[in-house]
Design a protein around this ligand. Structure first.
Ligand SMILES: Nc1ncnc2c1ncn2[C@@H]1O[C@H](COP(=O)(O)OP(=O)(O)OP(=O)(O)O)[C@@H](O)[C@H]1O
Ligand SMILES: [Mg+2]
Length: 265
């Protein structure tokens, strides 16, 4: 048998170009929840890699472990067994303080329910992570305004959440997630509370961030047509990965929006 030289070995095809660095690597990841006498085995050995600049969707039935996995990736919780390397750092070895620091500096979160402070303006909501990071007022305003402009909300910075539509509130939440310039954006059912046109508008924001800024995005959804805006779909079932494939026919939000009817005001 001919032995291949190093430069002859064919690279494994992945959803994104070769040469891009690995951002996330998890190996034999398990998560148990102890509840009294019962033990829920929510993740049962997840092994996968996500490269910088990927846009990944996670799908799967309710209870299959998607949010549990996102919480581990987001350093909100630690695995019961297995390894998680974020940009080469073994997360399991970190203290609580170091975990909080990684969360604040490297990771942005977006949730289904927006999670905005209700009596606080869009600008102030976006500023919050910068306050935690100890950034001064002037720089905070500048960066928050810029983050709101990136999501197309530059005109609404003084509105409180009740004066904004659902889609606009989710844009504020995305701006808040971006304001620290994270390496990774995690979104758990970000379109779950939105109508179909607004959902596509939010997917357009994510596609732009991924393509223009090369932001790595991992998004959970139940909706197959939302999943098709990503580049790769990972399917969970009972705490296992059952499928991991590139998106065959990727949707482009900008094109879909052009064909969709405008909502009546
Ligand atoms: N904090 C917790 N304590 C105990 N069990 C939990 C906890 N969080 C999740 N679980 C259990 O772990 C399993 C996976 O839950 P998880 O929330 O990750 O599912 P999911 O795929 O996000 O579901 P959904 O689509 O409904 O959001 C479920 O059986 C759930 O009941
Ligand atoms: Mg969930």
């Amino acid at each position: 048998m001919k032995v291949l030289a190093e430069n002859e070995i064919r690279p494994v095809p992945t959803a994104i170009a070769e040469g891009t660095e690995t951002l996330i690597r998890v190996e034999a990841l398990h998560k148990f929840y102890e509840m009294g006498d019962t033990r829920v085995h929510a993740l049962r050995g997840i092994t996968l890699e996500i490269r910088a600049g990927e846009f990944v969707t996670i799908m799967g039935a309710s209870g299959s472990g998607k949010s549990t996995f996102m919480n581990l990736l987001g350093c909100l919780d630690k695995p019961s067994e297995g390894h998680y390397w974020l940009d080469g750092t073994d997360v399991a070895q970190l203290s609580r303080v170091e975990l909080a620091q990684i969360r604040n500096e490297r990771i942005g979160f977006v949730f289904q329910g927006f999670n905005l402070l209700s009596r606080t303006t869009a600008l102030e909501n976006v500023e919050l992570p910068l306050i935690y990071a100890g950034i001064g007022a002037k720089e905070r305003h500048r960066r928050s305004r810029e983050a709101l402009e990136r999501v197309g909300l530059g005109e609404r910075i003084d509105h409180v959440p009740s004066q904004l539509s659902g889609g606009q509130q989710q844009r504020v939440a995305i701006a808040r997630a971006l304001v620290n310039n994270p390496a990774l954006l995690l979104a758990d059912e970000p379109t779950g509370n939105l109508d179909s046109r607004t959902s596509v508008e939010i997917m357009q924001v994510f596609q732009t961030l991924n393509e223009t800024d090369n932001l790595t995005i991992i998004l959970v959804t139940h909706e197959p047509d939302i999943a098709d805006y990503a580049r790769r779909i990972i399917t969970f079932r009972d705490g296992h990965v059952t499928r991991d494939q590139p998106v065959a026919r990727r949707r482009v939000a900008r094109e879909v929006l052009e064909l969709m009817p405008q909502l009546e005001e």
